[in-house]
Design a protein around this ligand. Structure first.
Ligand code: EPU
Length: 329
């Protein structure tokens, strides 16, 4: 038996019968042959264990980043799924490449990034994603997924739906630019920084620095306080409902979205009074109500109970259903 506490950023305990590290294709294939139904884990930054597992865990641990020149000044950067996402972003910045700077400091592994199409501060990874290589565990064949095949959406992809539990992402390629032509400074605090400092040119490194500062100022560091980032997705609601809400609550943050209007789940949770509240060691972060935290001794079930309470309260008040972003097992 192995306790998965060090393998999930919520820092909750859950036992698994066995844990294997896959640091090469051969090791992964061997591990899957022996344990076809194993749970695949990256850095455990978007998962909440609520009970012991009956199956073994395989941690994707391959390493390495390669860069290839492309036409039109672009570079294809391919990273092993087991690399830390933030180390990878830093690496691309140190090579003078732009694209991923807004995605600095996101916890988790490279292999997990396409699964929930990570995003922050106006950028989603699919904007720079080229393809990924994955092992199909039903056929044991290696399959290359183009961007189109991944069906990326807001915090969603093929790998969270039809491809769930079937494909194991092994490496991911991004197309990045050597010219900082695609900078995104639309997120209000970033935009206002450059307005207040007209002498400072927006560069990928400067944007990364600001993003890191913003994240550190409002998101808890999982190495210090257990959490998995945003616990819920920002809900997309009908335009009419959003307009009615906006009339009543002029401070409600709304964003354009396909099939409706995206509104802020953190705002809804704050409005119903959960921000900064605790039940035992399970609580809601005092600076960002979308982030549930484990002060140390919470169990996965206690965190899920709190999340259910939040969902019910938000639904009763606003008739809006919050959907977890985190995978609950
Ligand atoms: N807000 C509140 N109260 C709160 C939190 C937010 O009123 O407690 C309101 C504020 O008005 C704020 C607005 O909501 O201006 C938006 O908040 P924020 O910019 O912090 O972003 P978010 O919508 O809460 C999303 C992502 C984050 C990402 C940020 C920044 C989701 C589920 N979350 O959060 O991603 O870092 O935008 O782009 O889309 C994650 O996925 O784990 C994550 C942290």
């Amino acid at each position: 038996m192995i306790d998965l506490k060090p393998y999930n950023t919520f820092g909750v305990s859950a036992n698994a019968p066995n844990l294997l590290l896959a640091d090469s294709k051969e090791a992964l294939i061997e591990a899957i042959k022996n344990h076809p139904d194993a749970l695949i884990l990256g850095k455990g930054s978007n998962i909440l264990f609520t009970k012991d597992l009956e199956k073994p865990v395989i941690v994707i641990s391959n390493k390495g980043v390669t860069t290839e020149n492309q036409e039109n000044g672009q570079k294809r950067v391919t990273a092993a799924a087991g690399e830390s996402w933030d180390d990878f972003v830093r690496h691309t910045l140190s090579e003078g490449l732009s694209g991923l700077e807004n995605l600095s400091l996101i916890p988790g592994s490279v292999g997990a990034a396409p699964i929930q199409n990570i995003g922050a501060y106006g950028v989603e990874q699919n904007q720079f994603f080229e393809s990924c290589l994955a092992l199909d565990r039903t056929t044991m064949n290696w399959v290359r997924f183009s961007k189109e095949k991944c069906l990326f959406e807001y915090r969603n992809s093929y790998f969270k739906n039809e491809g769930k539990n079937r494909f194991i992402i092994w490496e991911v390629s991004y197309l990045l630019s050597s010219e900082p032509t695609q900078l995104n400074i639309e997120y209000a605090p970033i935009k206002s920084y450059f307005e207040r400092h007209p002498e400072t040119q927006p560069t990928p490194k400067k944007i990364a620095e600001l993003v890191i500062e913003i994240r550190k100022s409002k998101l808890p560091d999982p190495n210090i306080l257990g959490n998995a980032g945003s616990f819920f997705k920002n809900p997309v609601i009908e335009e009419e409902l959003a307009l009615n809400l906006k009339k009543k609550f002029t401070d409600l943050p709304v964003y354009p979205a396909t099939n409706g209007v995206k509104i802020s789940a953190g705002w809804l949770i704050e409005k119903v009074g959960f921000k900064g509240s605790f039940t035992g060691d399970a609580g809601v972060h005092h600076k960002q109500a979308l982030v549930l935290i484990n002060k140390g001794g919470a169990t996965g079930s206690q965190i899920v109970n709190l999340s259910t309470q939040i969902q019910t309260t938000v639904y009763n008040r606003f008739k809006i259903r919050l959907e977890p972003e985190v995978t609950i097992l």
